[in-house]
Design a protein around this ligand. Sequence first.
Ligand SMILES: C[S@@+](CC[C@H](N)C(=O)[O-])C[C@H]1O[C@@H](n2cnc3c(N)ncnc32)[C@H](O)[C@@H]1O
Length: 342
Amino acid sequence: MTAEPFGRLDTDVKVREQMLPYCRLKPGDIWIDSISGHRVGVLDAAAPGHIRKMFETEKATLAIQDPPYNVAVGTDNTQNLFKRDLADYIDWSICWVENNLAVLSQDASIYIWLGADQREHFQPLPDFMLLMRRYPELVSRSFITMRNQRGYGTQKNWMAVRQECLYYTKGSPCFDVQAEYTDIPKILRGYYKEVDGRKTENLERGKSDNIRAGNVWVDIQQVFYRLHENVPGCYAQKPLKCIERIVRASSRKGDLIADFFSHSGTTLIAGEINERRVFTCDIDPIFAELTIRRLEHYRKTGKTGFQFGNPFPEIAVTRERRELADNAISPEKTRHIQTALF
Ligand SMILES: C[S@@+](CC[C@H](N)C(=O)[O-])C[C@H]1O[C@@H](n2cnc3c(N)ncnc32)[C@H](O)[C@@H]1O
């Protein structure tokens, strides 16, 4: 039996009905954090008025966006409910990308996580890349791939284990690659080069014993229920490590970061830990509430998530509910969906 108290919070109608009265924000509301100045809203990323309301006259130097990917995988047919027609998805993406442009400062970075459906000509990734060409102020900088431990499609295809992240800049924002070494030790020798007339090899030339992050990230643990950072019910949670890597490389202390698809609040926690302010929102009041609770829990306990604890103690976790979570949306399956869907 799974240790998670409940399953996917977007589709479990019964749990949602019980949780909604305990969500402090209603659609359109914005919570302002009195300690670090973060903001969390129940807002629509695609609605210009919503994003304007959250930012007022403030500008962000970094945006980290992790929208729904429009990709359904595995055997869970409910995922198809979330799929839109590709043209629709791109029209919707144009709205939230333009809302980003409206709040980015003159020198800024934007990172966008996306999926590519290998059964449907890799949509929406290539279409999204093309749409980004509309904005001459954005310069394409890197195409990051993060490796997931779990994948799908091993029997008749290469196992799909990748998550894609596009990196663009506007103006000349900061970039501190020195902050970003992996914890993978350098073990391969070679790559000789002459320095001051002496032949040196890469291990002695490098400043660190570890490998730099580069744009293929193989050192990041996917979130599952045994990790402290886990937020139960959040089927699409990104590992804190990958978001902190972006935060540290592409922003400075005191900077403002935008995230329009908060979900479990990973960007908010990364900002809090690294002394950046974060303005974030989710269209779903339950995820906005979880985002605020995760921050409060972090401040109280120093833990970055709830592991398999219950972030909504107002809702009784019965054995039946745990079994339901296990059958319908076990962590294994949930994360399996996450790899491609979100
Ligand atoms: C992939 S998840 C983001 C995961 C997040 N990075 C994390 O680590 O927890 C996408 C989120 O976008 C939210 N969402 C979907 N459409 C939205 C919209 N139009 N405006 C704001 N949020 C939206 C969903 O409710 C979901 O929580």
